[in-house]
Write a new protein. Structure first.
Length: 484
């Protein structure tokens, strides 16, 4: 396991792509939101529902089995054959899905987008997501070896190429809304080509039927989970398009894009702590839960810090990024930030370690039922804003259920008092920001409240020992050394 200093260093390194991907919208969103209408963003969001669903199912959850079984093998050759075996199967499945999507593109567009004329657009979006799902297998290989630099360089390059390609396609070649998924496709193809070349040169190609069988045994029960998870996460946008308006879907999509930055931030930190969580589990078996709880609390604090910032300053972010017609996304951003904030616990691999992945399907059945049951009446009454609240409420209830069951199969000794303090300030900040939008207050009063809430969270960090002089010096030295 890496030392504390090295883990702090890796945390900063893994945050680089999150920072880059968060800053890029400041360059692209103000342009795109002034070129495309809310309705066009809505069409893109609806096409992404099918693309996420089809590409996700085609992967059969193999990325989860790969992550787990990676630590089961110790030699480079075994890990190599595990990687290539998983990728070979996924490529075949994605190819089959691409053929089916192309053949039935008009019917699929009619069902998901409400018009068959978007058939070609739907196929482009699917290809974009299909290619993108291959990259995590290579990136997780670097992550599992705790090679933060290689992982980050690739992700940053991907983000920059995608942004530049999208801008060029939209502004120079006048491709319209198709330029956004095409730009992402170009970025993914360039990066994936480099990864294939690098791994082909440095990691000898090998396939193992036995390793694939072991991997698929863990992963295939997750296929229903992937289906349910996609429906659960995309159902709100689909229903907004059907029950409210495509423009409402566009606004919701903008708010979701901004709030999902928190989830991306949490995933960046997950790349640091998850290999060590698995090591605790495998090395100490049942006793590892005692160390995992203390180990994860600082990561939770840092994760939720991003949520606090996003909730407090969503007003400023949306105002800068988009014209007034998009300002309805401010509350969406705040509400969904709370939703993504509670997903920290779902990132813990307790059920995967315990080989109880089939339970995940049952949990998502519950989650889907809650999401559908709450979303439909909320959207009918409150439109796209109701969808955000329904998603948060359903996510909170299902997360609590998942937490209890995961603890049953592998108990992590969480520091509950610290967790409550962290989430209390987070939720208080979010709810106050929403309430202040509905009460007559001048801007400087809202800014003062924001500063006080932010100071409270910083104070909590100092009391818990996470914002300490030693950690500051470690981070400062890391920056000065430029990660060397």
């Amino acid at each position: 396991m890496l030392s504390t200093a090295d883990q702090v260093k890796n945390s900063f390194i893994y945050l680089i792509p999150t920072i880059v991907s968060s800053l890029l919208p400041f360059l692209t969103f103000p342009i795109f939101t002034r070129i495309f209408t809310k309705e066009e963003f809505g069409v893109l969001a609806l096409a992404q529902i099918y693309a996420t669903l089809a590409a996700g199912i085609s992967n059969f959850g193999l990325i989860i089995g790969f992550k787990r079984n990676f630590f089961q093998y110790q030699t480079r050759s075994d890990r190599s054959s595990l990687l290539y075996s998983a990728l070979a199967f996924v490529c075949l499945m994605l190819l089959a899905s691409a053929v089916l999507t192309y053949v039935f593109k008009h019917q699929l567009a009619e069902f998901f987008l409400g018009s068959s004329e978007y058939g070609n657009f739907l196929f482009i979006v699917f290809c974009t997501y299909a290619v993108a799902t291959l990259k995590p297998y290579f990136l997780d290989y670097f992550t599992n070896y705790e090679n933060a630099k290689a992982n980050v360089r690739i992700v940053v390059a991907d983000s920059i190429i995608t942004a530049m390609a999208s801008l060029a396609l939209v502004l120079i070649f006048k491709t319209g809304i198709e330029g956004l998924p095409l730009g992402q496709l170009i970025g993914s193809v360039v990066v994936l080509s480099f990864l294939i070349f690098w791994f082909g040169f440095n990691l000898p190609f090998a396939l193992s039927w036995q390793q694939f069988k072991e991997c698929i045994k863990i992963s295939y029960p997750l296929t229903p989970t992937i289906l349910l998870k996609t429906i659960n996460s995309q159902f709100d946008k689909y229903m907004i398009g059907r029950m409210d308006s495509v423009g409402g879907t566009g606004l919701y999509s903008i708010g979701q894009r901004l709030s999902i930055t928190l989830f991306t931030f949490m995933t960046a930190l997950q790349n640091v702590y998850q290999p060590n969580v698995y090591k605790f589990m495998f090395d100490a078996e049942g006793e590892g839960g005692k160390e995992i709880g203390q180990y994860l609390t600082p990561f939770l604090y840092v994760s939720i810090a991003a949520g606090v910032l996003l909730s407090l300053f969503a007003e400023e972010v949306v105002t800068v990024l988009a014209p007034k017609s998009y300002h309805g996304a401010i509350e969406i951003t705040i509400i969904l930030s709370m939703f993504y904030g509670i997903l920290f616990f779902s990132k813990q691999p307790q059920l995967v370690y315990a080989k109880k992945t089939h339970i995940s399907s049952l949990l998502f059945l519950v989650s889907m039922a809650l999401n559908i049951g709450i979303n439909i009446p909320f959207i009918k009454v409150w439109g796209f804003l109701g969808a955000a609240w329904a998603t948060f409420i359903a996510g909170l209830v299902s997360s609590i259920i998942s937490f209890v069951i995961s603890q049953y199969y592998y108990k992590i000794h969480w520091e509950y008092k610290k967790l409550v303090a962290i989430y209390f300030i987070f939720f208080l900040s979010s709810i106050l920001m929403i309430l202040l939008r509905h009460y007559p207050t001048v801007y400087y009063e809202r800014v003062l409240i924001k500063i006080l809430l932010l100071a409270a969270y910083v104070f909590l960090g100092t009391k818990l020992g996470y914002l300490s002089k030693d950690n500051y010096q470690t981070a400062k030295q890391m920056i000065v050394n430029k990660f060397n």
